[in-house]
Design a protein around this ligand. Structure first.
Ligand code: PLP
Length: 439
């Protein structure tokens, strides 16, 4: 009997023993095509020797030095590299161990910034209903997925949730994508005015929504207008690129494609690419300088921040993405994946939308294509599809969620950047077979 407390108490899990390229291998020798990189993590695939060698070399030199006393070479080098390529005036990198830690730290940094600026009345955070920002209390408070939040309600922070930018369901008849993008952004202004502008500290959003909705990109102009609104009321913009960052959408940072730069940017998943647990929060020079010239101490800190081995892994991963010129590959293969999905499922009676950017793609499943009516939650479409795909040797990320009382089922695909055309074909074949098993 296992003594591991698993995610799902009643699921029988095979034991993973190896990984090669886009495949994971279990102890029975079964090979699974990792079509979602776990949860948009394994951007370089499995068994990347350059990354594993960098980790081993770092372990041989130095495994750990507490950041209360010392910095380390890989942490310094990774911070330099990230800032060299980061948008806007992002200037400092605060390393953490994962995505929830990054968003949690961002919320606290926003609050401390305003306190040190002499505006302690700014304590309100605005986020969106269609979002997932992590599972710790602050991060969960910012997220909008009702199922994830349900039982923790009494513990959560009072975060305002506004409507997302969700073209498939919300764009009006006769409205252009641009018109819709601008209209959707105005929900932020309304909420700021409702709360009182000088009580609001920050707005947090995912540039491309991942885990609650299956790769939903923003409408054109949406984030530019959001940035303008934040600037108009002096509110910080926090972008959560934990899932969509680190090249996943075809640019190193997803927000580059929207022509905006945040005040605080959260990354994780693809940063360690599964080789080490690592995340980071990047912040602007103005925020850093406020803290540095004020208390001089960000009141946060976890034991493992800036871990030398984790940052050595992150450094090797970012170098691989840049030096191997993987970003154009992501754009090209992402277009091939979109085409393959459209060819396969474009006319499928239960596929409402196929969307995304780069190698970050989502399929929205519906009961009725014409009315866009979702499946009844009791049919557990996402859970059944995950199981059926796995049985056919495909790891993908189907999920269901309820937002504003409305249920939705989606499949998220986020394969490693090294996926070949033949493997894209295999992915769509296996997904089609699994869909047939379930729908
Ligand atoms: N933010 C986003 C956008 C995510 O998708 C996730 C995880 O899926 C998180 C934060 C939380 O990251 P982690 O699971 O590493 O804590």
């Amino acid at each position: 009997m296992s003594h591991v407390f698993p995610r799902h108490c009643h699921a029988e899990m095979p034991t993973a023993v190896g990984g090669e390229g886009v495949f994971l291998i279990d102890s029975q020798g079964n090979r699974y095509l990792d079509g979602s990189g776990g949860a948009a993590v394994s951007c370089l695939g499995h068994g990347d020797r350059e990354v594993t060698d960098a980790i081993k070399a770092q372990l041989d030199r130095l495994a750990f030095a507490h950041t209360g006393f010392l910095t380390s070479e890989p942490a310094e080098a990774l911070a330099d590299l990230l800032i060299e390529h980061a948008p806007g005036d992002l200037d400092r990198v605060y390393f953490v161990s994962g995505g929830s830690e990054a968003t949690e730290a961002a919320i606290k940094l926003a609050r401390q910034y305003w306190v040190e600026k002499g505006q302690p009345q700014r304590s309100r955070l605005i986020a969106r209903r269609q979002s997932y920002h992590g599972n710790t209390i602050g991060a969960l408070s910012a997220g909008g997925n009702e199922w994830r939040r349900q039982q923790f309600g009494p513990l959560l922070l009072d975060v305002s949730h506004i409507a997302p930018c969700y073209e498939y369901r919300e764009r009006g008849d006769g409205e252009t994508a641009e018109e819709y993008g601008l209209r959707a952004a105005e929900a932020l202004r309304e909420e700021i005015l409702r709360l009182g502008p000088d009580t609001v500290m920050a707005f947090m959003a995912e540039p491309v929504v991942g885990a609650t909705a299956g790769a939903v990109p923003p409408a054109p102009g949406y984030f530019q207008r959001v940035r303008e609104i934040c600037d108009e009321y002096g509110i910080l913009l926090i972008l959560d690129e934990v899932m969509c960052g680190m090249g996943r959408t075809g640019s190193l940072f997803a927000c580059e494609q929207d022509g905006v730069a945040p005040d605080i940017l959260c990354i994780a998943k693809g940063l360690g690419a599964g080789y080490q647990p690592i995340g980071a929060m990047l912040c602007s020079k103005a925020i850093y300088d406020t803290i540095a010239s004020g208390s001089g101490f960000f009141q946060h800190g976890h034991t493992y921040i800036g871990h030398p081995v984790a940052t050595a892994a992150g450094l090797a991963v970012v170098r691989a993405i840049l030096d191997r010129d993987l970003l154009p590959q992501v754009r090209k293969k992402g277009a091939s994946l979109q085409q393959a999905l459209e060819a396969r499922f474009g006319q499928h009676p239960h596929v409402g939308d196929i969307r995304g950017r780069g190698l970050f793609r989502g399929i929205e499943l519906v009961e009725d294509r014409a009315t866009k009516a979702p499946f009844d939650p009791s049919r557990k479409i996402a859970a059944r599809l995950k199981k059926a795909a796995f049985a056919r040797g495909l790891i993908c990320y189907p999920m269901s969620g309820t937002i504003d009382g409305k249920h939705g089922d989606h499949v998220l695909l986020a394969p490693p950047f090294i996926i070949s055309d033949a493997e894209i074909g295999m992915l769509t074949d296996r997904l089609a077979a699994a869909m047939e098993d379930v729908l």
